[in-house]
Design a protein. Sequence first.
Length: 403
Amino acid sequence: MLEPEESGPPTHETLAARVAAAARELGFARVGFAPAAPFGDAALRLRGWLASGYHGNLSYLAEGERGDPRALLPEARTVIAVALFYGGPAGPVALRDGRDGRDLTAIVARYARGDDYHLVMKQKLALLAERCEALAGRRLASRACVDTAPLLEHELARAAGLGFSGKSTLTIVPGLGSYVLLGELITELELTPSEPVRAGCGGCRACLDACPTGAFVDAHVLDARRCISYLTIENQGTIPRELRSRLGTRVFGCDVCQEVCPFNASSTPKPGAPELAPRPALATLDLVGLLELGAAGYRKLVRRTALRRVTRDTLARNAAVALGNTRDARAVPPLERALGSHPSPLVRAHAAWALGELGELAADARTALAEAGASDPDADVREEACSALARLNNASLAVRCPA
Ligand code: B12
Ligand code: SF4
Ligand code: SF4
């Protein structure tokens, strides 16, 4: 039997203050409350965005009623929106920009270097739900959401006063920046709504100009199909050729639009979630090791991390592209091995492209490319190998693909 913490029912405001304190104790850097009501404009904007095709293969974004939390919990009165900070102190690897490809280390986006935030967030939200019940002195219908539930999380964060929508489309929390992950506890508990944040980007447009793939159609509008996060994680097939060189050595996600954001520039220590702190294995991941990762190594690497979302072949495909972007001769032998013997045609095709990208450094790989161009069982691999060979030979062919 649950007991209230004091006799006499607390006001919605007192309860809100107590819930906020409980959330902070659980490690959330910020918490806010929004009435569980439809969003209106935001749902309309989402429909326009989908109609433009910017979502690519993310068809789940068109499913469900993302603009009303009550579609997920009919009894809902309040959405408790929370932010988990993961920016933490960043070492040289964490800050390095891979576009110049200075070594053979892969870049994994910051949010994915520690434990999988879905697991961390869900666990903390479950504890928060228990604390809410203890504070209310009764059972409460509630639903914990992070990322995967059909909800516009930026809108909820804004409505609950956590932050504002940056031109990067990301939620920026004043005093914390954008290196936060969002979660929600939809509850039947009535809590006084939080004040919205009155701030914005002003005249800044650093993220729009810095994006390596030119993924922003406009301020606040992203073409997901061009975003490196989409290309390296959501897209399990071929990475469009014209975008590959823009990936640098990023193999899982991208942080450029956050690295340049002035709201992330402060070095004041912030209340980060220890579970999201970088694991050494992910902060300094070797590209050759990733290309040649075996089944057991893959399981060990991705266990309880966000990398679980992608297959071993997708990681190897990304590693092949990244090796092609290193401009480093040490990338040639592993790429040649992958071209000759990787079981996945997707990986072989991207390895062929990468050898072509290495130019003169990969001169010794001409024979391997010609062989693949002539006899690989997969038509895409043959095509990529011939195209890479033509680039290596600069059209004056020493070794040719068959006509
Ligand atoms: C699909 C998705 C992606 C897609 C598309 C991203 C996008 N911007 O739409 C891809 C795979 C590209 C992606 C990438 C990343 N993602 Co993501 N993603 C999502 C997801 C699941 C849905 C987002 C969505 O609904 N997109 C559809 C578009 C239309 O919605 P929207 O961006 O919210 O657009 C609104 C605004 O732009 C606004 N708007 C439009 N015009 C205007 C004009 C003005 C003036 C204003 C104020 C607003 C405004 O209206 C739209 C509707 O409300 C959310 C989780 C969730 N359930 O919400 C996480 C989420 C947004 N992702 C997250 C993260 C961390 C990332 C990455 C940083 C990961 C990485 N390091 O690689 C990148 C960042 C890229 C970027 N600049 O957005 C976090 C963001 C945390 C934060 N601080 O904001 C979220 C919230 C997940 C989470 N639970 O924490 N993501
Ligand atoms: S995450 Fe990278 S690729 Fe995606 S919008 Fe931001 S800067 Fe561009
Ligand atoms: S970089 Fe500038 S424009 Fe982009 S989100 Fe940050 S403040 Fe806004």
